[in-house]
Each structure stands twice: as C-alpha cells, then as structure tokens.
Write a protein that binds this ligand. Structure first.
Ligand code: SF4
Ligand code: SF4
Length: 374
C-alpha cells in the first residue's frame, strides 16, 4: 500500500494524460453527479454529497474538502464501453447496388477516476456478457482493453444502496489498476493506494508517493467497515433465484404493475443492463443509408416482438421479466447476478418502485424458496 497526498493526487491527471488517456470522472452538472471528461481534480464534486430515497435524489453542498463524498448518481461507466448510440455502417448507392462502409473507430483510451466497488462489479458483469460468451462485442472489447481504472472505495453509501447484500462492495475488489481510499481527518487529506496491475504500478511510480504506515492502512480499513454498516437497504440474496422462480404468479406482480409506468428509466440507469436494438435511417434522396445501434429496454413493447406478436404485452409481464432476469435467470445465463445493489433503479424510478421492497413482499407470503431447486 502507498500513500499519495492531496496535492500529489492532482498530478494523477497529468500523468494519465501524458500516457495518452482521456480522463473521465465525476462532476456536478444539472443537479446531479455525472461522469464526463475532466481537465483537473478541481472539477471533481468537491464538498458535494447527496440524499437518495425511492424516486428522490438531492445534492447537498457541505463544508468539506472531500473529492469523493457522494454516492453513485444516474450515470454509469457502461456508456463509455457501449455508447448509447453508435453508427455501425453507412451505405451509398452505386449503380444498381450499394457500397457499404463499415465504421472504423479509433479506440478511445479512457482513464476512469472514481469507480466504486459496485460499479467495478457491474463492469465485470458486462465483461461476462460481452467478452466471455460465444461471441465478443468488438467495440466493447477494444474500449475495455484500452481502459485504465482508478477505483475509489465508497465512504458514503446512499439511502438506496445494498451492495453489501449483493457482495459487491463497498470495498473495491478487482479488477482495477489503482484503488484509492480517501482519508480526510482534520487538516490531513490523503489517499491510501492499492495497485492492481503493472499499469497501475507504473502510474504510481510517476506520482510523488510514500509507503503507507500501519495506522494509515488501519484507518482505510475502518472507513470500509463503517461504510458497510451504513447501507440504506438490504436484499436477502441467498435464495432469491428460487424464490422468484417459485412465485411467478404471486399477486405482487399485479400490484407493482399498477404502479409501474413502463418508462424504461430503471434499465437505462442500471449499470449492468445491456439490451440494444438497431435502426436503419435513409436520407430523402435515397442515396445514403446508415445503420445505428442504440440502447433499448425490455420495458418497451417492441422489445418483446417476436414472430408477429408481443410475448410480454402487459406491464406486469415486463416488470416481472426484468426483475426475475436481474435476480434469477441472469444467474443461469451468465453465472452471476445481474444486480450489483447500486440502488440507481430505486432512485431514478419516477414512482419510487424499490426492487428490494418487491423482493421482500414476495418473500413475506410467497411460496418459500427452500428446498433449493437444483
Ligand atoms: S437492478 Fe437496480 S440496484 Fe441492481 S444493479 Fe441495476 S440499477 Fe443497480
Ligand atoms: S419500475 Fe419505475 S423506472 Fe422502471 S419502468 Fe417501472 S416506473 Fe419506470
């Protein structure tokens, strides 16, 4: 473990840029902490924290020098690995046919600063989907391989967080290049740094640093323990798959369908949701056409259109498939839960539907999960 002081932290930006990275991290915009390009540490959400509850998000300015004193906002890192809209190819009429030009993207080299434990696990979940299945997604792969990740242990979980229940945080576990714990005690402001890769070690070598003392390591561990005790929510994940599979006709699905607007917000803010569609567009002359890929959501009617009909024509069917996919069938499909407990779907649901409350309601009077289905 190493320590870098607050002033040395500023040089991290120059060191990463000198290595050809575009630095991306949290900043305050439009009343929320979002992720975008950063020029320097002064653009981080210094002194900002937030309050989150179902359907509620509010930023609060504090008299604090903390750079990372907030919990996750509406953005996630997935938009940098798999852009919300992406042109796949262009075509131009030529004689009786068309000439197709595929997109030849120059892979951006992103350095992400401030990735939380749950977010790192969400990236691992998407790695499983895009890199370890029968096919790999080429844009995701090239951007992912080029990325440098500076993770930051979360000291301030939000009111909707349940990463402890999902075993994804708050302490960062790999894969990262650097993992920082921000320590702010009186006038002392420094970062305890763990390196997770050769790239990470090389970057730290270029930043003024010193070995961490045992007291500094102990403080960083204490902060992680305190954060784990501050979760806003819990979800009993032990047998959630079996519970949901056994309760596909539970009356709670009708109840939640009466509240759900099928607005798609929960899927768009979720760091693991990955559904996309393709759209072809032409110009008015008919000379040019383009194919675009864009994010889609299982809450849209069209997403379930197969062979002349909709297989999930009701809101009840769509909410049930989303929640059972996240917490149950994702495990069968990818060997891991599709939920990392970040709480975004709860915060950004306009009617405050809470996935943990829905699971609890089904668990309270549904068909019990045990004995476990093999
Ligand atoms: S389902 Fe909700 S809590 Fe779970 S990872 Fe997605 S947004 Fe976060
Ligand atoms: S659960 Fe909430 S966020 Fe998700 S589709 Fe329904 S109303 Fe929208």
């Amino acid at each position: 473990m190493q320590v870098i002081d607050r002033k040395s932290f500023d040089t991290l930006f120059d060191v990463l840029r000198a290595r050809g990275f575009e630095v991306i991290g949290p900043l305050v915009r439009d009343g929320a902490v979002v992720y975008d390009h950063l020029r320097s540490a002064s653009e981080l959400p210094i002194g900002w924290t937030d309050q989150q509850a179902p359907g509620t998000y509010r930023l609060i300015k504090q008299d604090s020098a903390a750079l990372f004193g907030y919990s996750v906002g509406p953005h996630s890192w997935k938009k940098f690995f798999l852009p919300p809209t992406h042109r796949l190819w262009r075509s131009k009429r030529s004689g009786q046919g068309f000439k197709i030009t595929t997109e030849d993207e120059k892979t951006p080299r992103y350095a992400f600063i401030g990735v939380r434990g749950c977010e790192l696990q969400a990236i691992s979940v998407q790695d499983q989907v895009f890199l370890r299945g029968p096919c790999t997604e080429p844009i995701y792969r090239s951007r992912r391989e080029a990325a440098f990740i500076v993770a930051v242990n979360c000291n301030t979980p939000g009111g909707n967080c349940f990463c402890v229940s999902m075993k994804t945080g708050p302490k960062v576990t790999g894969p990262f290049d650097l993992a920082l714990t921000e320590v702010l005690q009186g006038d002392d402001h420094y970062f305890v740094v763990e390196t997770g890769s050769e790239k990470g070690r090389a970057v730290i070598a270029d930043i003024p640093h010193r070995p961490a003392g045992s007291a500094e390591v102990a403080i960083s561990e204490k902060l992680a323990e305190q954060a784990a005790a501050k979760m806003g929510r819990t979800l009993d994940s032990a047998h959630i798959k079996e519970l949901l599979y056994r309760n596909l006709e539970h009356p709670r699905w009708d109840d939640v369908a009466r509240r759900c607007l099928s607005c798609t917000n929960c899927t768009l803010v979720c760091p693991t949701c990955f559904c996309t569609t393709v759209e072809d567009v032409t110009d008015l002359s008919g000379e040019h056409a383009e194919r675009w890929r864009r994010w889609d959501s299982c809450f849209t009617m069209d997403f379930s259109y197969i062979h002349g009909g909709y297989i999930r024509p009701t809101v009840k069917a769509r909410y049930r498939q989303w929640m059972t996919h996240k917490l149950a069938s994702w495990i069968d499909q990818f060997g891991t839960s599709g939920c990392v407990g970040c709480g975004r779907c709860i915060t950004w649901c306009p009617v405050g539907i809470d996935i943990t409350a829905e699971a609890k309601a089904i668990g309270a009077d549904g068909i019990p999960a045990s004995p476990v289905i093999e």
